[in-house]
Write a protein that binds this ligand. Structure first.
Ligand SMILES: C[S@@+](CC[C@H](N)C(=O)[O-])C[C@H]1O[C@@H](n2cnc3c(N)ncnc32)[C@H](O)[C@@H]1O
Length: 201
């Protein structure tokens, strides 16, 4: 390789390493024990990795961090293992104090007020034999969506018609992506407008 070109490549590699080190230091300070995972991530070594854009996005995200969530966040799942995993994730992300985790089935869902957001990633029913229980889960969810959650914004990651139907005809598809290789759609149903209940004729 020509000497000038070699120096240019080395300079660029040094600058990229320096950017990684400085990102690592910032992230380490913010989330002790977590950054190793992020900064060692191979995506930073991919050809075309936009280091400057990534650093700027991280800086913007860091500047937008609030000391606490502005509203109560309640998280539940009927499976204790799923709750343990989610609690550990929240701990690592430094947001454990913002979320109240509960082992609870959808049948025992308690809606804590007239307004809010309900966000769910319900089972996709891709395993053989899951279909009937998933349709029942979707029916149960649909009953909440149409009654106790009428004043709420409901967002669901859906992979089948049963779950899509549960959100009702007013839902709008916001994102189409894949989760673990499964094509999924994020559908959002805005609160149902209240009908005025004046005195009858
Ligand atoms: C696709 S996983 C999502 C897990 C996790 N919330 C996430 O987003 O990574 C679906 C979850 O739904 C839970 N689940 C299935 N049926 C349920 C029910 N009737 N009530 C509450 N949770 C249920 C399962 O235990 C499982 O953890």
């Amino acid at each position: 390789m020509h000497e000038v070109l070699r120096k240019q490549v080395l300079d660029e590699e040094c600058a990229a390493d320096e950017r990684k080190r400085s990102l690592a230091a910032t992230l380490e300070e913010l989330f002790p024990g977590y950054q190793g995972n992020l900064v060692d991530s191979r995506f930073m070594d991919w050809p075309g990795f936009a280091a400057a854009e990534f650093a700027a996005a991280v800086e913007r995200a860091i500047a937008a961090i609030r000391p606490h969530a502005g509203a109560p966040i309640l998280a539940s799942d009927r499976n204790a293992g799923a709750i343990r995993a989610a609690t550990a994730n929240a701990e690592r992300a430094g947001v454990r104090g913002d979320i109240e985790f509960t082992v609870r089935a959808l049948a025992d869902l308690c809606v804590p007020g007239p307004r809010g957001w309900l966000v769910t990633n319900a089972p996709y029913g891709v395993r053989a034999g899951d279909d009937a229980s998933n349709r029942e889960l979707a029916r149960e969810f649909g009953r909440h969506v149409g009654s106790t959650l009428a004043g709420w914004t409901v967002a669901a990651l859906t992979a089948d018609n049963a779950m899509r139907g549960a959100l009702g005809p007013g839902a709008v598809e916001r994102i189409a992506t894949r989760n673990g290789g499964i094509p999924v759609r994020l559908r959002v149903r805005e609160p149902v407008p209240e009908t005025p209940s004046g005195p009858g004729p």
